[in-house]
Write a protein that binds this ligand. Structure first.
Ligand SMILES: Nc1nc2c(c(=O)[nH]1)N[C@H]1C(S)=C(S)[C@@H](COP(=O)(O)OP(=O)(O)OC[C@H]3O[C@@H](n4cnc5c(N)ncnc54)[C@H](O)[C@@H]3O)O[C@H]1N2
Ligand code: MOO
Length: 391
């Protein structure tokens, strides 16, 4: 058995960043920006009015001052001329501020009679003008690598960037294995259960930015497993679930090796997730063989599969983010395996669930954290600061 850290080092050695592709902005949300992008213009490209009102010269704007309205500027329609002392241009939000003007008096702060406006006692502070380039200037960059979120997409669009270069999505094939499994919606026999963690992992992988597809469930026979492996096509990563332990029907490792898998490691000193294996398949795809217990598979997804995917996507911080919280209760000593305990963090205090059996999806679904108890850690009293992974 190797440590979690060693297992991660082996996985990072197997996982290589994928090639890039250029896509339209509408497709870019959630994708990983591969190259820095520079603004091709200033925003705003001119001094712009922030309010509806009257643009006047900046000097002498005081209650009682009067101006003659000489024209209009609206968004997309600049005033063709300039403003002199005693003159005002009717202006609307987003319009270019005319030459000579340096102050927009909002319309609520003036009294208007025909073409004459008079500044009232209500005059507020500020010029109500957004300076040219006040948001960004030509050449300002968005750094990479970066997962693009809706706010970034809006910024890229404003920068007049219509296409971006992103890392291509990792293609992942997920293979559930076991004679006992049927698909959700099917009628299970009396000794059957529903394949669950394959769906959980598919969701997790899609969230992480992958194209993740489910292979047909492989039965506990070498021929069925071989058939399922023959369907991995051009996957970058093959995830098997179950059949990883030492029982007579746990054949995944043997079959993968028969098919030319070069094993990197097998078994990790962790709970849950001990019988995890990883290696490289004959076609060059990376393989991670997850244990079948539903919680084990999902926890290994968080601890190992997501970091592998983030590495393939070219992201720098591949490891799951860890945070600290105070124990809400005493914690018993840990055994020799690093324990990822299903827990809840509420108001910065963390409590672990009483039952940590690796089959309990109800517990996992109620959890929002995995408390990381290091190997052989001693008993910890309530109030001790502990590390956890938010989930
Ligand atoms: N004698 C030993 N027995 C076991 C050991 C051991 O060291 N010595 N390790 C235990 C540990 S730890 C784990 S974890 C499990 C993992 O075993 P496998 O990876 O071989 O998983 P299976 O036996 O195929 O399944 C375990 C459990 O999970 C259910 N399962 C499997 N796949 C799915 C799926 N896609 N969706 C939902 N549930 C699934 C399966 O029905 C079993 O109940 O081995 C221990 N045994
Ligand atoms: O370590 Mo297993 O992964 O008990 O569930």
């Amino acid at each position: 058995m190797i440590s979690v850290e060693d297992a991660l080092a082996h996985l990072f050695a197997l996982a290589k960043p994928l090639a890039t592709e250029t896509i339209g902005l509408s497709e870019a949300n959630g994708r990983v920006l591969a190259n820095p992008v520079a603004a091709t213009r200033d925003q705003p490209p001119f001094s712009a009015s922030a309010m509806d009102g009257y643009a006047v010269a900046p000097e002498g704007v005081v209650p009682g001052a009067s101006y003659t309205v000489i024209g209009e500027a609206a968004a997309g329609h600049a005033f063709d001329g300039s403003v002199s002392a005693g003159e005002a241009v009717r202006i609307f939000t987003g319009a270019p501020v005319p030459n000579g003007a340096g102050h927009v008096v909002i319309q609520e702060d003036v009294d208007r009679t025909d073409q004459i406006i008079t500044v009232s006692d209500r005059l507020g502070r500020g010029t109500n003008i957004r300076p040219s380039g006040g948001d960004f200037k030509v050449g300002q960059t968005i750094e990479s690598p970066k997962i693009l979120r809706p706010n970034d997409i809006a910024l890229l669009a404003a920068m007049n960037v219509a296409e971006v270069t992103v890392t291509r999505k990792p293609k992942v094939a997920i293979m559930a294995t076991g004679d006992e499994l049927v698909m959700p919606g099917e009628a299970p026999g009396p000794d059957q259960i529903i394949a669950s963690n394959s769906f959980g992992l598919q969701a997790m992988l899609r969230d992480a930015g992958c194209e993740a597809r489910l292979l047909p469930i492989a039965r506990d026979s070498k021929s069925s497993l071989k058939t399922a492996f023959s369907l991995v096509d051009d996957a970058d990563l093959v995830i098997t679930i179950g059949g990883a332990s030492v029982g007579d029907h746990d054949l995944v490792g043997d079959v993968a090796q028969d098919l030319g898998m070069q094993r990197s490691f097998y078994k990790i000193a962790m709970r849950p997730g001990k019988p995890l294996m990883a290696g490289k398949l004959a076609n060059g795809a990376m393989m991670i063989g997850l244990p079948g217990n539903p919680v084990s598979a999902m926890v290994c997804g968080q601890v190992f599969v997501n970091p592998v995917v983030r590495t393939m996507l070219g992201l720098k911080d591949a490891l799951p983010e860890q945070q600290t919280a105070e124990l809400a209760h005493d914690l018993a000593p840990n055994g020799p395996r690093q324990h990822y305990m299903r827990a809840r963090v509420d108001n910065e205090k963390i409590s672990v669930f009483a039952n940590q059996d690796s089959s309990l999806l109800t517990v996992l679904s109620s959890a929002n954290a995995l408390l990381v108890a290091p190997p052989n850690s001693e008993a910890m009293p309530k109030g001790t600061a502990v590390r956890y992974i938010p989930i």
